[in-house]
Design a protein around this ligand. Structure first.
Ligand code: DMJ
Length: 573
């Protein structure tokens, strides 16, 4: 019923191959759909066995790639010689003129997604229960503030912008929590004001606030969220006024003064390269190109820089010179992680036409294979280590666990099958980072054992790394791996993790708390903080993981930003 996923270079598709032209799905006017954004979320009763349907799709995909007869090498060569297939198409990159956009009757044409009415299974209900418990704490003790402090029943401020509330908007929509969504919407309408003298971090506020508002707009069709997003995006723009066009990490959204942190003129590479999905989408929606142009200028400059190692990037970049600094240090963890994620996801967002993004991504995956992969003892777990001036360290941040999901997503979109194999191996490892801990929760950073000794566990933890911040990366990847393979073990692993969160991090009076010691089930030492991404990402991905409906935020229609906010894939021209 649905077209097989195209290989890297898809053959020109007939209009009839539009996935939304499938019988039984709510019809869209193709032209509007293509120009404006995603189709409605397709919520329907599953027809037939979901596993079978998934296998069919996987088989068709394999056939398409197989027919093309490309291995990884040939695919990349194909990129170069098949110019027609790789030319940067300008179609979806020209947003509608602003006036045209705002004259648009949203109630009829906004590509809204109905709040989920999918029958929820027991596991999904458990996620809804967890969300409501977290939300109850936030609502009671931290309403309108950035983060809940569940133990002291108070709150903390980071930007003073209701961070948790905004980060959680689309999760509520997806979980079908209409009453909670409406109450939060009212706060956004009545209380959320960006004209305030406050420094925000460009990256963190882009992925959480801008991403959260854009996604809430797409799911609900409510223009309030788009207007807020545009206001906020405008206030972030001063960050790009630097000698190098590489943005400062901080910007005051009231005064318009941007600056680097006090101690350096560097920005973090992951931060400046992980704002593009949001800025590009904001341009497309508003018709104002400046957001996209500023963000893409960063991509172009980073692409051209020296100091990479087979596609791997250092962790810092200077806002004056525009060059990488602290050369020779390579990680897939903090400060570099989402650089790789956004190469792939921008390529997908733009309709798989921007060749440079894909080439940089493919080169980086090869770089990871060549320099950063190793296997632990005794279980031979494949992990991604770090490189410091040629010295390998068997250290892996939990943050790296986004990678199995990203690799699987790339394979789904036609990249080499070996990416999926690596994704599955790394997924096992990320699961073991939970499984081998006494609480069943992963530490912030794992050190892998490389020696044939009597140490029984592959995953070792240093005292400073024993905390768990309720991070999403592993359940995020479990969602992709289940969605794309249909192997139920990934759901079971996610279920175990949810159980551990409930056992060790749930605070009876409301909310969940990060903990300081994942190795001590008797004294996990709650830290009195519930990060906004627990509601924005962790619980959302768990809910999606437990869904058997591949059309609940289809990976052919949406791309998730690095804070789990779904944005539309710009439809192919
Ligand atoms: C989130 O803000 C995002 O997922 C980001 O990419 C990494 N850090 C946190 C979650 O761990």
């Amino acid at each position: 019923m649905r077209p097989a996923n195209p290989p890297v270079l898809p053959a020109p598709q007939k209009a009839a191959e539009n996935p939304e032209a499938v019988a039984g799905l709510s019809p869209q006017k193709p032209q509007r759909h293509f120009r404006r954004g995603p189709p409605n979320l397709q919520i329907r009763a599953p027809d037939g066995d979901p596993q079978e349907r998934r296998q069919d799709r996987a088989q068709r995909r394999a056939e398409v790639v197989g027919e093309a007869g490309w291995g990884a090498e040939a695919q990349r060569d194909g990129l170069r010689w098949r110019g027609a297939g790789t030319k940067l198409e300008q179609g979806p990159r020209h947003p509608p003129k602003k006036a045209e956009f705002f004259g648009w009757p949203f109630q009829q044409q906004a590509l809204r997604i109905r709040a989920s009415r999918t029958p929820q299974n027991e596991r999904q209900k458990a996620v809804v229960d967890a969300f409501l418990h977290a939300w109850a704490g936030y609502r009671k003790f931290a309403w309108g503030h950035d983060e809940l402090k569940p133990l002291t029943r108070s709150f903390s401020e980071w930007f003073g912008l209701g961070l948790t509330l905004i980060d959680a908007l689309d999760t509520m929509w997806i979980l079908g929590l209409k009453k909670e969504f409406q109450e939060a919407r009212k706060w956004v309408s009545k209380k959320l004001r960006f004209r305030k003298n406050v420094d925000v971090n460009l990256f963190e506020s882009t992925i959480r606030i801008l991403g959260g508002l854009l996604s809430a707009f797409h799911l609900s069709g409510d223009i309030l969220f788009l207007k807020k997003a545009e206001d906020f995006g405008n206030r972030l723009m001063p960050a790009f006024r630097t000698p190098s066009k590489i943005p400062y990490s901080m910007v005051n959204i009231g005064t318009g003064v941007a600056h680097p942190p006090r101690w350096t003129s560097d920005s973090t590479v992951a931060e400046v390269t992980s704002i593009q999905l949001e800025f590009r989408e904001l341009s497309r929606l508003t018709g104002d190109k400046k957001f996209q142009e500023a963000a893409e200028e960063v991509t172009r400059r980073v692409h051209a820089l020296h100091g990479k190692l087979d596609g791997l990037v250092p962790m810092f970049i200077n806002t004056n010179s525009g060059s990488f600094t602290h050369l020779g240090m390579f990680t897939l963890g903090a400060r570099a992680d989402s650089y790789y994620e956004y190469l792939l996801k921008q390529w997908i967002q733009g309709g798989k036409k921007e060749r440079q993004l894909l080439e940089d991504y493919l080169e980086a995956v090869d770089g990871i294979r060549k320099h950063l992969l190793a296997r632990s003892e005794p279980r031979k777990l494949t992990f991604v280590g770090e490189l410091n001036h040629g010295r390998f360290s068997a250290k892996m941040d939990h943050l790296v666990c986004f990678l199995p999901g990203t690799l699987a997503l790339g394979a789904h979109h036609g990249l080499p099958a070996e990416h999926m194999e690596l994704a599955q191996a790394l997924m096992d490892t990320c699961y073991q980072m939970y499984r081998q801990m006494e609480t069943g929760l992963s530490p912030e950073t794992a050190h892998f054992n490389l020696h044939h000794t009597k140490i029984l566990k592959d995953v070792q933890v240093k005292a400073a790394d024993r905390h768990n911040l309720l991070r999403p990366e592993t359940v995020e990847s479990l969602f992709y791996l289940y969605r794309l393979t249909g192997d139920r073990k990934y759901q079971d692993w996610g279920w175990e993790i949810l159980h551990s969160f409930n056992t060790y991090t749930r605070v009876p009076s409301g909310g969940y708390s990060s903990i300081s010691n994942v190795q001590d089930p008797r004294h996990p030492q709650p830290r009195d903080k519930m990060e906004s991404f627990f509601l924005g990402e962790t619980l959302k991905y768990l809910y999606l993981l437990f869904s058997d409906d591949p059309d609940l935020l289809s990976l052919d229609t949406y791309v998730f930003n690095t804070e789990a906010h779904p944005l539309p894939i710009w439809a192919p021209s």
